[in-house]
Design a protein around this ligand. Structure first.
Ligand SMILES: Cc1cc2nc3c(=O)[nH]c(=O)nc-3n(C[C@H](O)[C@H](O)[C@H](O)COP(=O)(O)OP(=O)(O)OC[C@H]3O[C@@H](n4cnc5c(N)ncnc54)[C@H](O)[C@@H]3O)c2cc1C
Ligand SMILES: *[C@@H]1O[C@H](CO)[C@@H](O)[C@H](O)[C@H]1NC(C)=O
Ligand SMILES: *[C@@H]1O[C@H](CO)[C@@H](O)[C@H](O)[C@H]1NC(C)=O
Ligand SMILES: *[C@@H]1O[C@H](CO)[C@@H](O)[C@H](O)[C@H]1NC(C)=O
Ligand SMILES: *[C@@H]1O[C@H](CO)[C@@H](O)[C@H](O)[C@H]1NC(C)=O
Ligand SMILES: *[C@@H]1O[C@H](CO)[C@@H](O)[C@H](O)[C@H]1NC(C)=O
Ligand SMILES: *[C@@H]1O[C@H](CO)[C@@H](O)[C@H](O)[C@H]1NC(C)=O
Length: 532
């Protein structure tokens, strides 16, 4: 006893020195390995950044969209690689495998928990920003898009070729193709055309053995898994092939807001009975925030109905009068425009030149926390009033709820067609968000607690067993993997079934087959099951 008491600290000290030294060595070994692999494929080293390179920080920070996880992290990538060619991705995979260093991949950097750019262990970052080419085939109505491109670029490039072709994905132009399409991709045309992932027809993926695979060579199981199973788990997707959709030359948008004083509670309640049932051409999305009324001076809630109709105003108005007369939408509320102009409109950029869709710095980063839910039964007026109390408590400009209708094409596709399982029976999805400024970051816990309290209050109104959530609105409160040891199927099932329902089983099977050593991993990646 006494002897071991005495030697223990020495033992520990020796261990710390050895492990500290070995990690410094392995970082250098990694860099040497990478340089060598780059030379072998005649690649320039100017797509390798270490903290010693002057532009390392700006490259790292330029696509950090959520400052909350960044402000709380201690690790920075030991190397950032911005590949211009697939061989450089293969080199990164080869060397991180050889030296046991975690690899993370980033496309647009919008992950809600920052999983593409923060880590608790040393890591290398493969940033896809230079792999962003887009080629459109207007005759076949298809497109190949590399994953480093952002949504705005995809939309711009399609619109530059055709006024009647489009793609059904998210609204925010700076979101990356790589992350969003890997997890689903919901947008203003999803009720008509399904999710982005529903419209992927081929892909180019680099697996854990560095092989470059397409749909045919990867097989249908793996091709199934990468269309909605969430980024990271199965490899690095270099490009997706998309089936484009046909849109009318002119579409109609409207944006009307009603406050509590203008019957918002009644209108939102009513909306729940129609939003998922109206014809597929009509998307009636709802945004809820609280603000100080200029009339009463008191805090109120605004229900902002933002809509896209794939048709003309003269067809829309009679429909609105029939299905939702209480909203009293009139001609003056409606604007006709092209589909690509509606993309500017929904980003509050009306009248801007289309070039702004290519501008990666159009929106500034914020400190945020997000969550999601699925609503299968209308929420009572009493329930809505409690939600307003939460919004009013959090105050002006700090929080927003988005109610995004399902139904239409989303609900027609079977739950197991792709890993994204949230299909028929869902009326709408809720996205909860809370934001704060750098000055307020000392109070981050208060904001995070607010959203957690609201989410736990909502349990009675939303889906149960499992309480479903959208993987693209990543939330580590749903559960997380172990960092230093393997994660059991049971442990991962907690978040796995929320995001993927029964598809989680098949995702684990595919993972076990294609990446049994769990090379591609993060805090919420699909774990392989070990044979023992
Ligand atoms: C402002 C904002 C608006 C949003 N709007 C919508 C919306 O309208 N509809 C919607 O459905 N979602 C929306 N989202 C959610 C968004 O779809 C997800 O956050 C998505 O994961 C972001 O993709 P990214 O490439 O920008 O993110 P990243 O942070 O780069 O990646 C997200 C995840 O995917 C992995 N990944 C990234 N690239 C690859 C790749 N090439 N191969 C393999 N894995 C990869 C990353 O490692 C990470 O785990 C929004 C998010 C934000 C912040
Ligand atoms: C970073 O520095 C190294 C060593 O000086 C150099 O070889 C490399 O090209 C630099 N990378 C960039 C992106 O400039
Ligand atoms: C910061 O990280 C710590 C440890 O991981 C965690 O307990 C804490 O909740 C995090 N804070 C925020 C604001 O995310
Ligand atoms: C848009 O199309 C025009 C004509 O084909 C072309 O000259 C222009 O470069 C395109 N813009 C971009 C950014 O691709
Ligand atoms: C509010 O809705 C009620 C029905 O619940 C209706 O009688 C009333 O006229 C509406 N008020 C306004 C201002 O629209
Ligand atoms: C809004 O009203 C609340 C009281 O209802 C007040 O405390 C707050 O300062 C007001 N905010 C603004 C921006 O006027
Ligand atoms: C819709 O209206 C709200 C408030 O009335 C406004 O803040 C927002 O900018 C508008 N959005 C669009 C897309 O026009």
């Amino acid at each position: 006893m006494r002897i071991s008491d005495n030697i223990f600290p020495f033992f520990l000290l020796a261990f710390i020195i050895i492990s500290g030294a070995s990690s410094a060595f392995s970082n250098n070994d990694f860099l040497e390995c990478l340089t060598l692999q780059f030379q072998k494929s005649n690649s320039e080293s100017d797509s390798i950044y270490t903290p010693k390179n002057a532009s390392y920080s700006s490259i790292l920070q330029s696509s950090i969209r959520n400052l909350r996880p960044a402000s709380n992290s201690t690790q920075r990538p030991i190397v950032i690689i911005t590949p211009e060619h697939e061989s450089q991705i293969q080199a990164a995979i080869y060397c991180s495998k050889k030296h046991g260093i975690q690899l993370k991949v980033r496309s647009g950097g919008h992950d809600f928990e920052g999983l593409s750019f923060v880590s608790e262990t040393p890591f290398v970052l493969v940033d896809m920003r230079n792999l962003r080419s887009i080629s459109i085939d207007t005759d076949k109505k298809t497109a190949w898009v590399q994953t480093g491109a952002a949504l705005g670029e995809l939309y711009y490039t399609i619109a530059n070729k055709s006024r009647t072709l489009a793609f059904p994905a998210g609204v925010c132009p700076t979101v990356g193709i790589g992350g969003q399409f890997s997890g689903g991709g919901y947008g203003m045309m999803s009720r008509k055309h399904g999710l982005a992932a529903d419209n992927i027809i081929d892909a180019k993926l680099i697996d854990a053995n560095g092989r470059i695979l397409d749909r045919e060579s990867m097989g249908e199981d793996l091709f199934w898994a990468i269309r909605g199973g969430g980024g990271t788990s199965f490899g690095i997707v270099v490009a997706f092939k998309l089936k484009l959709v046909v849109v009318p030359e002119i579409v109609t948008v409207f944006n009307v807001t009603r406050t509590l004083e203008q019957n918002a509670t009644h209108l939102v309640h009513r909306w729940q009975y129609i939003a998922d049932k109206v014809e597929d051409d009509l998307m009636l999305r709802l945004f809820l925030t609280s603000f100080n009324s200029s009339i009463t001076g008191q805090r109120t809630v605004g229900a902002n109905f933002r809509s896209l109709y794939l048709g003309r105003v003269h067809d829309l108005l009679p429909k609105m009068r029939e299905i939702f007369p209480e909203l009293r939408v009139v001609k003056e509320d409606c604007i006709e425009m092209s589909w690509i102009e509606s993309e500017l409109h929904f980003n509050n950029l009306p009248g801007e030149s289309l070039d702004i869709l290519l501008d990666e710095s159009v929106f500034s980063s914020a400190y945020t926390k997000g969550k999601s839910d699925y609503v299968r039964q209308p929420i009572s007026k009493h329930g809505l009033k409690r939600i307003w109390e939460f919004l009013i408590e959090e105050g002006e400009g700090n929080a927003e709820l988005q109610f995004s209708p399902y139904g239409g094409r989303i609900g027609e596709i079977s739950e197991s067609e792709i890993p994204f399982p949230h299909r028929s029976g869902n009326i709408f999805m809720i996205e909860y968000s809370v934001f704060w400024s750098a000055e307020e970051n000392t109070e981050s816990e208060r904001h995070i607690n607010w959203i957690r309290r609201l989410h736990s209050f909502m349990a009675r109104y939303v889906s149960k067993s499992p309480r479903a959530a959208y993987v693209n609105y990543r939330d580590l409160d749903n559960g997380r993997n172990n960092i230093y040891r393997s994660t059991s199927y049971k442990q991962a099932s907690v978040w796995g079934f929320r995001y993927f329902k029964n598809n989680f089983r098949r995702l684990v099977q595919v993972k076990t087959k294609v990446d049994p050593t769990n090379f591609f991993r993060n805090e919420q990646s699909i774990p392989p099951v070990s044979p023992w």
